[in-house]
Design a protein around this ligand. Structure first.
Ligand code: ATP
Ligand code: MG
Length: 352
């Protein structure tokens, strides 16, 4: 079987470097390896509405921002089909049929959703749509028969939920229509879930602790310089801790030996730098400056490409609409198969 890859992001803000290391980098690698039949990238506006239903402007305006981030990072519309989730109304139908296969308590047990419910302080007023968004993710995946899903580790419970729905559907309706998807996690463990600049567990658009891919150089510098390090590393001579130290975590995600040659030739690699920090005598300013230089090297060409692309927003929407039209045809065909498997394809009963 040839692979069908599907991934996506919620248009709740511009994309940040957590997205870059957590999923964009592997998407671009997969795209260029070419080992797939179809590669879909979805802008999940309908899912974003589940916790932003009263903030339409945020969701609407960020569709373009996310698309610009994709293209600037190197996702190629000649290889990838981009689409906007709400354009594919069939996805809502998939979701509706799957809702019968998932219990309320199963949804309440989803660890990512649980964390998000606490963060968003919903209390007892959890919107049903929000609680059910893992079901809609199963719809997004199965509507295109996707089998490979590049994600960060916060998405693992969603992929597991999708596999359960697939098994349940195939068993209840005695068929083998749906395919169980597999996640693709980043190769580097640090990138599974990049923490925020404040040291919080996850860099997230909704938590305001992000370095955005599009941040200007001066903003990037200011964010790196005010980053959380080791609170006990006060004097340069103090021994420092690299564990939980955001600067070193980001270095783990971005550093390559070539950057030492260019910016810190007195060290060969990250292990040497970490050893010096741990024994004392290495100041925070020096490591922050190094990190800034690396991030700036990675992000400058992306930032420049993005500015060019942003001059013609209508061209970006053209790409999104063309992809949405293409995706709709596929979802429509697969919805008919789904209804046939359930047994509610009434019209076909009377066809000769
Ligand atoms: P929101 O706060 O609105 O949920 P988000 O920052 O969590 O936004 P999403 O659009 O929900 O971003 O996530 C899109 C993809 O990026 C998912 O595959 C997710 O696992 C990955 N991702 C998001 N944040 C990180 C992170 N900090 N580290 C690694 N991967 C991440
Ligand atoms: Mg999220």
């Amino acid at each position: 079987m040839k692979n069908i890859i599907l991934t996506g992001d919620r248009p709740t803000g511009k994309l940040h470097i957590g997205h870059f290391v957590g999923s964009l980098r592997s998407r671009i690698k997969l795209q260029n390896e070419g080992n797939y039949e179809k590669f879909y990238v979805m802008i999940a506006d309908a899912q974003a509405l589940t916790d932003n239903f009263d903030n339409i402007d945020k969701v609407k305006n960020n569709i373009l921002e996310v698309a610009l981030d994709y293209l600037a990072c190197g996702l190629d519309p000649n290889k990838v089909t981009f689409f906007i989730q709400s354009e594919i109304s069939e996805l809502t139908e998939f979701t509706f049929y799957y809702m019968n296969l998932v219990t309320l308590s199963r949804l309440q047990r989803n660890p990512t959703v649980k964390t998000e419910i606490n963060q968003k302080e919903f209390g007892k007023s959890i919107p049903t749509g929000f609680l059910c968004y893992p079901i809609s993710q199963a719809a997004d995946i199965t509507a295109f028969n996707a089998n490979l899903i590049p994600v960060g580790d916060d998405q693992l419970p969603m992929i597991e939920q999708t596999r359960e729905i697939v098994r349940s559907f195939n068993s209840v309706y005695k068929c083998d229509l749906l395919v169980e998807p597999k996640e693709i996690l980043p190769e580097n463990k640090t990138c599974f879930r990049l923490p925020g600049t404040d040291g919080k567990a996850k860099m997230s658009k909704s938590l305001g602790n992000c370095i955005y891919i599009s941040d200007e150089e001066s903003v990037l510098k200011q964010k790196v310089y005010s980053m959380y390090t080791d609170p006990n590393h006060i004097k340069v001579s103090d021994p420092g801790n690299v564990e939980g130290n955001v600067v070193f975590i980001y270095l783990d995600a971005f550093c390559e030996d070539k950057y030492f040659e260019k910016y810190l030739p007195e060290y060969k690699n990250l292990d040497e730098l970490k050893a010096h920090y741990t024994r004392g005598g290495l100041g925070d300013m020096k490591i922050k400056n190094f990190l800034f230089n690396i991030l700036n090297d990675v992000l400058t060409p992306i930032r420049e490409r993005r500015k060019e692309l942003a001059k013609e927003p209508e061209k970006i929407f053209e790409i999104l609409f063309k992809g949405s039209d293409e995706a709709k045809v596929v979802a429509k065909t697969n919805l008919l198969k789904l209804k046939k498997a359930i047994g509610i394809d009434y019209r076909s009963y009377f066809k000769k």
